[in-house]
Design a protein. Sequence first.
Length: 64
Amino acid sequence: MTDLRIQPVNDDASIGDWQYVHNLIIPADPLSRDDVLDRAGRNRMEVAHLGDVLIGCTTVRPLT
């Protein structure tokens, strides 16, 4: 069994984690904390950890 943990972006730590991963993967379009909060209001966003290591983030846009 792995120690994979996927959690919603819903607190200061997860917001910072999501922002860090996004800005690392897409350095040409860095997002501020306010940008992340705005996106979190419109999308379902999650961060993934393997043990204590941050390994990724997701963004799913709801159907319109």
